[in-house]
Design a protein around this ligand. Structure first.
Ligand code: PEP
Ligand code: MN
Length: 283
């Protein structure tokens, strides 16, 4: 039995009476993430080029996305795979933010990139592979930018909450937890999505919990059912990969929804959010 007060103090429910609700403000206004809201983050795995990203971003903004995702630094298993546009891609992300009015999220892998990312993106993402990069977590804790902390694919729930604790302990209380599947003995899917973790962490912690059904499954045709399961289990929203032409995506095409399927997912999430009495952001 985990002693929650001892193990992760600041993240624990016992430490705070209210649920943490995080507000991020894009050019078109605020978006809320946390208890009572249902937030949809969508975008391609990686920003690939300006035109495609801007077109897709416009589509997503007018189709129910509340925040845009787009990786600039991709932690790829092989160093020879597409690793993202890096710093050069930031201008594209900024342009899409202005054009759509939506806040943006991107992954940071290296403390040195914080210099120019801070103040330009609305949420900084810590990827699964960096969940226990404690030097990075310490630095993020000194900022006042919200952090979306993905669960490490081999991390226990306690290790995940203790990683959040690193950020909280430095003074940054704006942490969003994101379940993205864990590695198990099952090879059929990319990861095994831990839906139970969502219900459990919502109980243990006051922090918002989201689910990434794209990385959790690795298969686009499992994304909608798992997104629905996430909301039903109490998640505060989902983060999904969408690509205008998944067959030709430079990364993670197999798990990316196309535009039509994104629309179907949004429709179904709206119905579930309504059932769960969760507010959708106004955009
Ligand atoms: C991502 O969201 O782009 C990503 C790399 O996910 P994860 O860290 O969960 O593998
Ligand atoms: Mn991806």
């Amino acid at each position: 039995m985990v002693n929650e007060m001892k193990a992760f103090q600041l993240a624990a429910r016992g430490n705070k009476t209210e649920d943490t609700i995080i507000q991020v403000t894009g050019p078109a206004g605020p978006v809320f993430i946390g208890e009572g809201y249902c937030t949809i983050i969508a975008g391609p795995c990686a920003v690939e080029n300006r035109d495609d990203y801007l077109h897709l971003a416009q589509f997503l903004a007018s189709s129910g996305a509340h925040l845009l995702r787009g990786g600039l630094f991709k932690p790829r298993t092989s160093p020879y795979s597409f690793r993202g546009l890096g710093k050069e891609g930031l201008d594209i992300l900024k342009e899409a933010r202005l054009a759509t009015g939506l806040p943006v999220i991107t992954e940071v892998m290296d403390i040195r990139d914080l210099d120019y990312l801070v103040g330009e993106v609305d949420i900084l993402q810590v990827g699964s592979r960096n969940m226990q990069n404690y030097a990075l977590l310490d630095e993020l804790g000194k900022l006042d930018t919200p952090v979306l902390l993905k669960r490490g694919f081999s991390a226990t729930i306690e290790e995940w909450l203790l990683a959040a604790e690193y950020i909280l302990a430095q003074g940054n209380g704006q942490v969003i937890l994101c379940e993205r599947g864990i590695r198990t003995f099952e090879p059929y899917t990319r990861n095994t999505v831990d839906i139970g973790a969502v219900a459990l962490v919502k109980k243990l912690s006051h922090l918002p919990v989201m689910v990434d059904p794209s990385h959790a499954t690795g298969k686009w045709d499992m994304v909608i059912p798992v997104a629905k399961a996430a909301i039903a289990a109490g998640a505060d929203g989902v983060m999904v990969e969408v690509h205008q032409d998944p067959d030709h995506a430079l990364s993670d095409g197999k798990q990316s929804l196309n535009k039509d399927n994104f629309l179907i997912m949004v429709n179904q999430i709206h119905r579930l959010a309504d059932m769960e009495k969760k507010k959708l952001n106004t955009r």
